[in-house]
Design a protein around this ligand. Structure first.
Ligand SMILES: Nc1ncnc2c1ncn2[C@@H]1O[C@H](COP(=O)(O)OP(=O)(O)OP(=O)(O)O)[C@@H](O)[C@H]1O
Ligand SMILES: [Mg+2]
Length: 330
């Protein structure tokens, strides 16, 4: 078992990567200016389209790399032109792609995002993201990273099936683990959380996900349900309210969000929170400081469009932190 009380051993190790992000990869086709809703048997026009790297785990990886962590990505795409787009986009963000898996059997996943004002109707073909399991991975990644971040489990059938193996391998190698399950699109919440959470160093749900996972309709009830199973700590993300840190011993720290009076959008705020929290965590900072950094990167995310717009560089994020929120980015 890993001892979670002292992280200094972990931080002093010279590993090639601070964080291996294990998760889904896809391209987004974002259609804007749609004249009316799609109808079977009819053709309609959108006045604008953006083709870009999608995936919430990719936002996490890109922003963690941007603020200074050494990040690699473990994920699967097809051996096709969209797989090239994904790999090149990650590289452009400073994320190492040597652990990407290119499948000849299945295409890169894609999401068609139809924007209607503030709302979006999304349609996803999971493709390669759904088939990457433990046996597909180059297991040397567990020797080469301090930490793994697992995300969007319910979009990845094979990874969810193999979660025990991934967690056991991490434990065997003294690698700490964070988990953000994200929402389950089919709302079955078929994760054996009582067996999974004890092996997770930092669990990172939002309020709705925590309630859905535990089958409760009250946040306090949901927290009480998972508390005995926490491996080390949990942070419940609460949107513009802020976040609640809960440690294994039951102690809590609520931290209000940094107020942004000019929110552009909150797309990817949760992933940006994760990137700030985990970057501070792998650098050896106490959990309360990691939480403050997470709230800060979540707030920085809301100052520009999309999940990565505010994290063009560490300098840009530092400048926003100072000028808008009067806080130092860790
Ligand atoms: N409007 C906002 N103003 C300031 N900070 C915000 C705002 N929205 C989110 N944050 C910060 O970002 C953190 C994460 O956001 P949120 O709770 O929406 O995560 P999430 O539900 O996982 O989001 P996502 O939909 O990206 O997965 C919050 O805990 C908060 O600190
Ligand atoms: Mg989230």
């Amino acid at each position: 078992m890993i001892k979670y009380t002292n992280y200094t051993d972990n931080t002093s190790e010279m590993k090639r990567f601070d964080i291996a992000a294990i998760g889904e990869l896809n391209v987004d086709f974002i259609l804007n200016g749609i004249e009316s809703e799609p109808e079977i048997g009819k053709e309609k026009f959108a006045s604008d389209m953006i083709v870009t790297l999608g995936s919430s785990t990719a936002i996490f990886a890109a922003n963690a790399a941007s603020i200074g962590s050494k990040v690699c990505f473990v994920g699967m795409t097809g051996n096709d032109m969209f797989g090239n787009l994904v790999a090149e986009s990650l590289q452009a963000k400073g994320v190492d792609t040597s652990y990407l898996i290119r499948s000849n059997d299945v295409a890169t996943g894609a999401t068609i995002c139809m924007s209607y004002g503030e709302d979006r109707a999304n349609l996803t073909y999971q493709g390669a993201m759904d088939v990457m399991g433990y046996d597909d991975m180059d297991l040397s990644v567990f020797e080469n990273t301090k930490h793994i971040h697992l995300s969007s489990l319910f979009m990845q059938t094979a990874l969810l099936r193999d979660i025990d193996k991934v967690l056991a391998k991490a434990e065997e190698n003294g690698v700490t683990v964070s988990l953000d399950t994200q929402w389950d699109p089919i709302e079955k919440w078929a994760m054996d959380w009582k067996n999974v959470l004890p092996h997770v160093t930092v669990f990172l749900p939002n309020e709705k996900e925590l309630m859905a996972l535990t089958g409760t309709s009250d946040v306090e009830e949901a927290i009480a349900a998972v508390q005995p199973y926490l491996g080390n700590a949990m942070v419940v993300k609460m949107g513009s309210k802020g976040s609640l840190l809960i440690k294994k011993d039951g102690s809590r720290n609520f931290l209000a969000s940094f107020f942004n009076k000019e929110v552009v959008d909150a797309i990817g705020a949760g992933d940006s929170f994760n990137s700030g929290f985990i970057s501070a965590f792998v650098a050896g900072h106490p959990l309360e400081d990691c939480q403050r950094n997470g709230n800060l990167t979540g707030a920085i995310n809301t100052t520009a469009a999309g999940g990565t717009g505010a994290f063009a560089s560490r300098e840009a994020a530092e400048k926003t932190a100072k000028e808008k929120f009067n806080v130092e980015l860790l």
